[in-house]
Design a protein around this ligand. Structure first.
Ligand code: NAD
Ligand code: GLY
Length: 363
């Protein structure tokens, strides 16, 4: 099957996203883009590594590359300063220099922490992304956001640092647990809702095939999401404008994640209810039709994602939302929908309506 290729056009920082099946069964994908450099250090975790590291490494070896690896523990709690330092320690111990490329092999956690290590080690060494979760394939591996968490908040320390290439091998999704796969679908639905109405309709017709992880449906959806993400990143690499649209549902979602205690709900699950809360506010603001709110809800129900937000109490929600990075000059901005397929960042919104949404939350 032919691989698909998308270019993220950022002048001298441009890079390809290669999407295909069994990309690492042959060395073609690597040879096709003429991957530079000889020495590659894989960063992966103790769940993904045992499944995929040796096959992917074999492909690099057969392409004449030399490879080494760093294994970090699995889990969001390890997107931390301690993990970062341990990666630096190992890079130094291996005498890695600026001609070496870091390869992030894993989900968003591995991608974010390995990317940040690459961004900062010796003032920046090249890195490539091999995302293995649906969320990482449609979102986190593209666009150059890298970060670790701080006890005070998620992604508090990070950098914009673009990869040299992203390799998306769809077969890797076969081993992804169902709950993680569904959480990734929340971000897929998000692209339809904020910027791609045609894709939203396609999702309404093809969700069953996606849930069955059928190759054609997956390839189409992942490519469409990456095209949309590339468009946004090309327009606003460092999130001074339109990139904020990708945060649709995230301000509410982060409040849900933090309010329940990180780890109870997956990020995508919190984003699902967050999108519905933002859509509710859009309806109350007189922009979105109620019938479109119902369409988003139906799609999320079909995926099997939560559609009812936990009742944390209105004040707690407001407090948690106030901590968000999207607060500029003390003012909370939200991403709302004008209609299905068109989102905007609020210059202003009615606090009374927001409170109405939060009071309406039922368990
Ligand atoms: P994750 O990286 O924790 O992966 C989820 C789980 O699936 C982990 O246990 C992982 O080991 C396992 N896993 C990964 N691939 C697998 C596979 N193919 N088979 C079996 N198991 C597999 O979670 P995630 O949802 O991929 O990423 C979440 C992280 O991404 C968060 O830290 C979030 O902040 C970050 N994020 C970053 C961006 C960005 O633009 N940089 C965007 C969205 C999210
Ligand atoms: N996931 C949000 C962004 O990349 O901007």
């Amino acid at each position: 099957m032919n691989n698909r290729q998308i270019i993220v056009g950022l002048e001298e920082r441009s890079y390809p996203i290669i999407i295909g099946q069994d990309l690492f069964k042959t060395r073609n994908a690597l040879d096709d883009i003429g991957l530079r450099g000889q020495r590659f250090v894989f960063v992966t975790n103790d769940v993904v590594g045992p499944i995929y590291l040796s096959a992917v490494a074999e492909c690099f070896l057969s392409s004449g590359k030399s490879i080494e690896s760093i294994i970090i523990p699995d889990g969001e709690q390890f997107k931390s300063q301690d993990t970062l330092i341990s990666i630096y320690d190992q890079l130094i111990a291996k005498r890695i220099d600026r001609s070496t490329t870091v390869v992030a092999l894993g989900g968003g956690v591995v991608g974010d922490v390995a990317g940040f290590a690459a961004a900062t080690y010796q003032r920046g060494i090249p890195f490539i992304q091999i995302p293995t979760t649906l969320l990482a394939q449609v979102d986190s591996s593209v666009g150059g956001k890298t970060a670790i968490n701080h006890p005070a908040g998620k992604n508090m320390i990070g950098a914009f640092y673009q990869p040299k290439a992203v390799f998306i091998s769809l077969d890797m999704l076969r081993t992804l647990p169902d709950r993680e796969f569904k959480a990734g679908l929340a971000e897929v639905v998000k692209y339809g809702a904020i910027m791609d109405y045609t894709f939203f309709i396609w999702l309404e017709h093809n969700m069953r095939a996606l849930l069955n992880r059928e190759y054609d449906a997956l390839a189409y959806a992942v490519e469409r999401c990456c095209l949309n993400k590339a468009k946004i990143v090309e327009d606003d690499e460092t999130e001074s404008g339109s990139r904020a649209l990708l945060n649709f549902g995230h301000t509410f979602g982060h409040a849900v994640e933090a309010g329940l205690g990180y780890g109870k709900w997956l990020h995508g699950e919190a984003v699902a209810v967050g999108m519905l809360m933002a859509a509710s506010l859009s309806v109350l603001a007189g922009e979105l039709e109620q019938s479109d709110w119902v369409r988003i809800q139906k799609l999320l129900i079909q995926v099997g994602l939560p559609v009812e937000a936990p009742d944390l109490g209105c004040n707690r929600y407001l407090e948690l939302m106030g901590y968000d990075k999207k607060v500029l000059d003390g003012k909370l901005r939200l991403v709302l929908l004008k209609n299905l397929g068109t989102a905007y960042v609020t210059p202003d919104f009615s606090e009374e309506l927001l409170i109405e949404v939060l009071i309406g939350v039922k368990q």
